[in-house]
Design a binder for this molecule. Structure first.
Ligand code: GLP
Length: 242
């Protein structure tokens, strides 16, 4: 595991995008796993800036997002599909039929199977991850078996409380379930890039690096992956000794 400690969020975002760009320029058909949340927004801004300034083409890019809420109507501003359109996809030239976000409506079991089947046609070159305060990755909450593929989850109370900020601060508006790539799906990626910023992530980052590998703290599974880059700011790294 390579750990990069940055001064602040802006540096974390720049260094994070450098990792994305390395993959994009080295592959004929790059396949990226993407994430939502406030953490990768700066990285996506760097990406758009690079696209505008350097005209890097994303015509061949294939993407798979980690997760989606269950039951939000299509076009809901807080769906992860809308998030990705708003923060990235509508600003770069990736074709719409090459981006994939799990479907949180209709027959969820069938949607999960279809998502796994779509991913099986490719190998994810780089999977971008954030981390929850409780150590969740994607929406794999504490206690999720490590052998699960894409599945439906009930969100942890802590996660619902954390995400209420996107729903007028009202926990009642936050969906209680989500569809997420499983830990086994995430671990199949060739390389994993995890970003974290802020003191609220310091415990999760400490556990991810020094904790015992345990399904109770899903991010600890990354200790078992052969190629992980963790890019954090000083606040998220505050429990690590230098
Ligand atoms: C969300 C997402 C995760 C994300 C995490 C942290 O619930 N499902 O993929 O990494 O929580 O979010 P943030 O980056 O806003 O702290």
């Amino acid at each position: 595991m390579r750990i990069v400690i940055c001064h602040d969020y802006a540096e974390m975002s720049r260094k994070g995008f450098e990792e994305i760009k390395k993959v994009v320029v080295s592959k004929e058909q790059p396949v990226l796993g993407l994430a939502t949340g406030s953490t990768p927004i700066g990285l996506y801004q760097e990406w758009i800036k690079d696209y505008n300034e350097n005209k890097t083409s994303y015509e061949k890019l294939i993407t798979f997002n980690l997760d989606e809420y269950v039951g939000l109507p299509e076009g809901h501003p807080e769906s992860y599909r809308s998030f990705m359109n708003h923060h990235l996809f509508s600003h770069i030239n990736v074709p719409a039929d090459q981006v994939h976000v799990p479907n949180g409506n209709g027959d969820l079991k069938a949607n999960c199977a279809a998502y796994e089947a779509a991913m099986e046609q490719y190998e994810i070159d780089l999977q971008l991850l954030g981390v929850g305060r409780n150590g969740h990755i994607g929406f794999n909450e504490p206690g999720t078996p490590f052998n699960q593929t894409t599945h439906v989850v009930s969100l942890d109370e802590k996660t619902i409380a954390d995400n209420a900020r996107f729903f007028d601060g009202d926990v009642n508006q936050v969906p209680k379930q989500a569809v997420t790539m499983g830990v086994a799906t995430i671990m199949k990626a060739k390389r994993i890039l995890l970003l974290a910023s802020g003191e609220s992530k310091a415990d999760a980052i400490y556990e991810l690096i020094h904790g015992k590998v345990s399904e109770q703290i899903p991010a600890t599974v990354l200790q078992n992956h052969p190629d992980v880059v963790v890019i954090v700011d000083e606040a998220a790294a505050s429990r690590l000794s230098r």
